[in-house]
Ligand binder design. Sequence first.
Ligand code: 6R9
Length: 653
Amino acid sequence: MADEPTLSNLSTETRSFPPSAEFAAQANATEEWYARAEADREAFWAEQAERLHWNQKWEKVLDWQPPFAKWFVGGKLNVAYNCVDRHVEAGYGDQVAFHWEGEPGDTRTITYADLKREVCKTANALASLGVKAGDRVAIQLPMIPEAVFSMLACARLGAMHSVVFGGFSASALKARIEDAECKLLITSDGQFRRGKPAPMKENADQAVEGTTIEHVLVVKRTEADVPWTEGRDIWWHDLVDKQSDEHTPEAFDSEHPLFILYTSGTTGKPKGILHTSGGYLTQAAYTHHVVFDHKPGESVYWCTADIGWVTGHSYIVYGPLANRATSVMYEGTPNTPHEGRHWEIVQKYGVTIYYTAPTLIRTFMKWGSDIPAKYDLSSLRVLGSVGEPINPEAWMWYREHVGRNNCPIVDTWWQTETGAIMISPLPGVTVAKPGSAMRPLPGISAEVVNDDGKPVGKGNGGYLVLDKPWPSMLRGIWGDEQRYRETYWSRFAEQGYYFAGDGAKYDEDGAIWLLGRVDDVMNVSGHRISTTEVESALVSHPAVAEAAVVGASDPTTGQGIVAFVILRGNVARDEASGTEMIKELRDHVAKEIGPIAKPRQIMVVEELPKTRSGKIMRRLLRDVAENREIGDVTTLADSTVMDLIAKGLKEGT
Ligand code: 6R9
């Protein structure tokens, strides 16, 4: 194996890919945008806000009283009108808004005219249940069109939605309902996952018990028998179908709350991130336009995220619809009924823009490049990545086997808190490097600073901060101003920087490389080593399919590096080759990064614990690595994975 080529890792990556002249000639953005935004940031954002329809124009672009921002002050708009009605009024009622593909193979085509009717009916139904501006509505739904109708109906009424992942437990749902004091829950009888119907309504029943929920609105999806509470529970088809399909939208203040979305923090209690209307929609629309080079009426756009994640909010619902996109929405898992399902969908609808997460790209790699090779992917023009740092090898694989070496890749860094994309290459403009998010978008300002908040400069690493306010920034943590100040604004209070919680470094050219959460940065004998760097090195070995690395406390070195690896299907697994392989992998990491990065321990596993959004839960792996009892597993996509790992390790010893 020693003479097989190894792909480089983050530290040694030097490849770069300039845009083709052909792509550059037709790109939505140009290099000039950076300078224009830099010259007058507020004027630049005002220009972007013109993408929207305002019932009343703003008086002031920005009112910044750190850490509280107001954008487009005095402006009034309706977010749902911007995403739906105005396109119908402009004559695009027949354009497809969603090609929806159910997991079992059923499909629905929803035009903008259909979407308008459905959103109006849903808004009327919600109003009939007493939902009004300022109320909170919890939504736990599978990836079905009713999820979009529900979100837009809330926006239309000025009510806030709080979307909760379909896979979250009853207790997770309950905690979120209680925190936001929601009035209504919208859910379904069940959902299709991996070819089988799974129940949902039972979960909802447990969750709403003893809360402020007055009604549960239930969409029929799997036709499963469900428990029913008369008076409280209402079938969607009974209530929504009989409503008028006309509804006059009201214009709300630019700073009117749009939604709450919960995300995990360093403590056990999830944070309810609050977003508002005008600034959020402006940045969602602007970024979707420039980062994906979206052409209304021509592009076929597919973001594979779940609606319960911020990516689903900004890049399935608000950004694309504000830009009159034609989108694909897919209900199920990527290997149901076969591992080529995504490529089959790309081929079927002629998808031109595909936006997914590195964890899925690595899964596709594991399944093999012969699978995408069976399909016609020639419609693809732009590929996107989001959610975690993408290792150069996965980037290269994506480029070659999905993009046929012909599509710009946009590695988009952002967070639930930032609301929309912040750091990303621009297709047709940026010379991209595999694994780098490159540069803040025009209008956005970021820095990498040291412990004292001083910029580290080219070639160095530190903490990623946002040093200027941006339109789609969070407006707070629901009901907890103190936590908002502490979590994001206290670390660099003196400088007034937003602390993102991510490590990053500048390369010699000044491009930004994200290094993972700072809480995932290990300190080994005083050396700062990113879990991502070690993972990237491991994955660059031909025998490794996936890797997760944690820092486990170590009496001599502070922290020791512990790696969990999934081997590729063709690697021999008997004991002798296992021991040999582990030695080889340790040496490989030492060779790629340096002896200091050599993992103390490497454990071969079959699965890694991941959240529904694909993030590896290193906290749980740290529990294993430090021989502790395993902590809370409720946010795992599959809670049995930890049992498998624990069992595998016991058998291995
Ligand atoms: C959109 C989203 C945010 C955290 C963020 C960072 C990681 C997201 C990334 C990335 C490196 C990228 N992250 N995109 N890291 N490169 N392109 O993922 O929101 O679920 O709130 O997670 O995800 O660590 O701080 P969210």
